[in-house]
Design a protein around this ligand. Structure first.
Ligand SMILES: [Fe+2]
Length: 352
């Protein structure tokens, strides 16, 4: 117990000496005070590992002093010395955090020394727990910062990729963000969680990113593509997945990128998936993508009016598009919600 400090507060010098001698012999550093104000000053100057306070002091009540100690240091270990304990005073002392109380006259000085040792063990246990909690909080904070850094890098990469795609493919300028806006509205109407809506939005922004790897002559050809050119064009979902890599950063959006040209009847590409085997994410993007393609000018055809595009989409619900998502899309068209609150790319990427 060497090095541990005990503050004894009692107005009777005889008691101070007796307790001081016992605790010094047990190896404690002892400080004494005869009044509440001296005790508080000693406590503030050099907080003890344990304090023993007489309930009756000349200038204050020991219970009040106990409260003052505990306000300044919630882990302060305080024992109350009392000659005439009442149930109320004992309850009040324990409520204020007294670790124990000792009856006067003292029956066993050795027992007091043992009690002081236990109080100090409790204090050091509490300090150790506090240190561990602080370490845990710091580690969590580091983890949060790292996650935030990764997220910023993820969002910046999405933005850079969409910019790179639109720089190459002039016919799809604005296409990615319109598809993302429609897909996000369908996802919200399906009452998906905010995290899932964000996943759908990001996958939709990136769905055609693989066109970065398709020859510019094909992307910007002012007419219909021949069979060989179509073959090249049909590689873009797979190229998109290769571009986004196989690491963890884009793993959640890859199914939307790879499978957005699959068809419910299995006649799509690149994997000829059918029905429920087509990822949920991709089936939502397909509806939004088809609608935006129909309502946009292409070099080989004029855009459809929205109602005509809706009729075409409803006609292919079943063989090509997921009928459940087409139904949600139809509801949003009917209420005008599909086109509500157009949001810019930055808002779509970063939320809000
Ligand atoms: Fe596509």
């Amino acid at each position: 117990m060497a090095g541990h400090r005990v503050l004894i507060v009692d107005d009777e010098p005889v008691i101070l000496k007796m307790l001081g001698d016992v605790l010094s012999r047990a190896g404690y550093e002892v400080e004494t005070a005869q009044t509440g104000s001296d005790a508080l000053e000693a406590f503030l100057r050099n907080p003890p590992d344990c304090a023993i306070i007489d309930k009756t002091l000349p200038d204050t009540d020991g219970i009040i002093l106990l409260g003052q100690f505990r306000i300044r240091d919630p882990d302060a270990q305080v024992m109350l010395l009392t000659g005439y304990p009442t149930l109320d005073s004992v309850v009040e002392a324990l409520r204020l955090g007294a670790v124990d109380y000792v009856l006067k006259p003292l029956q066993s000085l050795e027992l007091l020394s043992v009690k002081v040792g236990k109080a100090i063990e409790i204090r050091h246990g509490a300090a150790e727990r506090k240190r561990l909690v602080q370490e845990l909080v710091r580690a969590n904070e580091d983890l949060r910062e790292e996650r935030e850094r990764l997220r910023r890098s993820y969002l910046d990469t999405i933005e850079a990729m969409v910019n790179a795609l639109e720089a190459r493919d002039r016919y799809t300028v604005g296409h990615s963000e319109r598809v993302a806006g429609f897909a996000a509205r369908i996802a919200r109407a399906l009452t998906m969680s905010p995290a899932d809506v964000e996943r759908v939005t990001h996958a939709a922004l990136l769905h055609d990113v693989g066109k970065i790897g398709v020859c510019e002559g094909i992307l910007n050809k002012p007419g219909l593509l021949n069979e060989r050119e179509w073959e090249d064009m049909r590689r873009h979902p797979v190229i998109g997945c290769e571009l986004l890599g196989h690491g963890a950063l884009f793993s959640e959006v890859l199914p939307g990128v790879r499978s957005h040209h699959e068809r419910v009847d299995g006649e799509g590409y690149p994997d000829r998936l059918s029905g429920e085997d087509i990822p949920h994410l991709a089936r939502i993007i397909s509806v939004a993508d088809t609608y935006d393609a129909l309502t946009s000018d292409r070099p080989y055809r004029r855009r459809c009016p929205p109602d005509e595009a809706r009729a075409i989409i409803e006609a292919v619900a079943g063989p090509q598009l997921d009928p459940d998502f087409v139904e949600v899309f139809g509801r949003l068209m009917a209420t005008g919600e599909l086109h509500s609150e157009p949001r810019g790319r930055l808002q779509l990427i970063r939320g809000g």
